[in-house]
Design a protein around this ligand. Structure first.
Ligand SMILES: *[C@@H]1O[C@H](CO)[C@@H](O)[C@H](O)[C@H]1NC(C)=O
Ligand SMILES: *[C@@H]1O[C@H](CO)[C@@H](O)[C@H](O)[C@H]1NC(C)=O
Ligand SMILES: *[C@@H]1O[C@H](CO)[C@@H](O)[C@H](O)[C@H]1NC(C)=O
Ligand SMILES: *[C@@H]1O[C@H](CO)[C@@H](O)[C@H](O)[C@H]1NC(C)=O
Ligand SMILES: *[C@@H]1O[C@H](CO)[C@@H](O)[C@H](O)[C@H]1NC(C)=O
Ligand SMILES: *[C@@H]1O[C@H](CO)[C@@H](O)[C@H](O)[C@H]1NC(C)=O
Length: 280
């Protein structure tokens, strides 16, 4: 699935009215999340740093978890008031487009099984990327903020402030739905916890050109996103373009060398260290 595929899939999975009949699914719909992260920084890891860096380095209330997309997990495609998502429609209408003609009707049946998981907690994660300015120009810095507004603020601002980001309201204009006062009160502060789902990072370039003949979500932010700057990728090479860490298959490594897994260790360490810094 592409990031966009997952995003549309999640955002179109449930009409809110239907979802309200089912608290589990409503929670999954409302508890929007996102994010981001690039393994951009080269990290030199001192082994004594790693040995003292552990669960206790984080506040007790901070929960570590893993996440997957609802379509890939849930199953129960026709239960609990759930309406069809575009992926339900697509996989049934064009089974030949999916390996083995499979679909997410059952998936891993998490909808029925989640209660049996030890200490399982459910939230929704929605796909996002992180953006950094392509250059030091004010225009690109502004573009970066807009890109974040359009990917992250689109969901988080209503949940925290009760409305879409100002940049979205300005740029999307009357095509952006308006919150009624009642809706603002309903969503504002309505999250129980915030989960962050990490994908990848892009450079953001200001792109003020608008195409009035075909206004769309992809151009409203007036930003171009690119993983390259002067031909150099923003992070180390990956085997899949959107995941947080997925090493290239490096056939020059012996099994013994590969099992030491230094790239993954470095990635988690540098990421968690940044997370700790952000919390502090
Ligand atoms: C397709 O189905 C066969 C038989 O069940 C299975 O062995 C194979 O792994 C499946 N392939 C994919 C891509 O799921
Ligand atoms: C950047 O954003 C600020 C604050 O919104 C605005 O005042 C300024 O004109 C913008 N500058 C450019 C070059 O986009
Ligand atoms: C604007 O969109 C139309 C329709 O998609 C396309 O034909 C045209 O080339 C676009 N113009 C620019 C400047 O991107
Ligand atoms: C406008 O954009 C949408 C989404 O990218 C595309 O499906 C549609 O064909 C475009 N319309 C025109 C007239 O180019
Ligand atoms: C593969 O591993 C070798 C030996 O560690 C390293 O020099 C090389 O950069 C790696 N290649 C890639 C594409 O990561
Ligand atoms: C990785 O590379 C090795 C050696 O070239 C090859 O045997 C193996 O099938 C590759 N694995 C994948 C998942 O591509």
């Amino acid at each position: 699935l592409t990031a966009e595929g997952i995003l549309y899939m999640v955002s179109s999975a449930l009409p809110p009215k239907e979802a309200l009949k089912d608290p589990f699914r409503y929670q999954m719909l409302v508890l929007v999340v996102l994010v981001c992260v690039a393994a951009q920084t080269e990290v030199v890891i001192a082994s004594d740093d790693i040995s003292t860096f552990n669960r206790n380095s984080f506040p007790a209330g901070f929960v570590f978890g893993t996440a997957s997309s609802s379509y890939q997990y849930e199953g129960a495609a026709k239960e609990g008031g759930r309406g069809p998502s575009i992926w339900d429609y697509f996989t049934h209408k064009y089974p030949g487009r999916i390996a083995n003609g499979s679909n997410g009707d059952v998936a891993i049946d998490f909808y029925h099984k989640y209660k049996a998981l030890q200490k399982g907690k459910i939230g929704i994660t929605l796909v996002s990327h992180w953006m950094v300015p392509y250059s030091n120009s004010v225009a690109d810095k502004n573009a970066t903020q807009r890109a974040i507004d359009f990917m992250f603020g689109w969901f988080m601002d209503p949940l925290t402030f009760g409305d879409y980001p100002q940049s979205m309201r300005d740029l999307v204009g009357k095509r952006l739905p308006k919150f009624t006062e009642e809706q603002t009160m309903l969503v504002k502060g309505s999250l129980d916890f915030l989960g962050l789902n990490y994908y990848t990072a892009f450079y953001a370039v200001n792109n003020p050109v608008r195409n009035a003949t075909n206004l769309s979500y992809s151009t409203d932010s007036q930003v171009n996103l690119t993983p390259l700057r002067d031909g150099v990728p923003i992070g180390p090479p990956q085997s899949v373009c959107i995941a947080g860490i997925d090493e290239v298959n490096n056939s020059t490594l012996t099994l013994e060398e590969a099992l030491k897994d230094p790239m993954r260790i470095g990635y988690y360490y540098s990421h968690l260290r940044s997370l700790k810094k952000a919390i502090e």
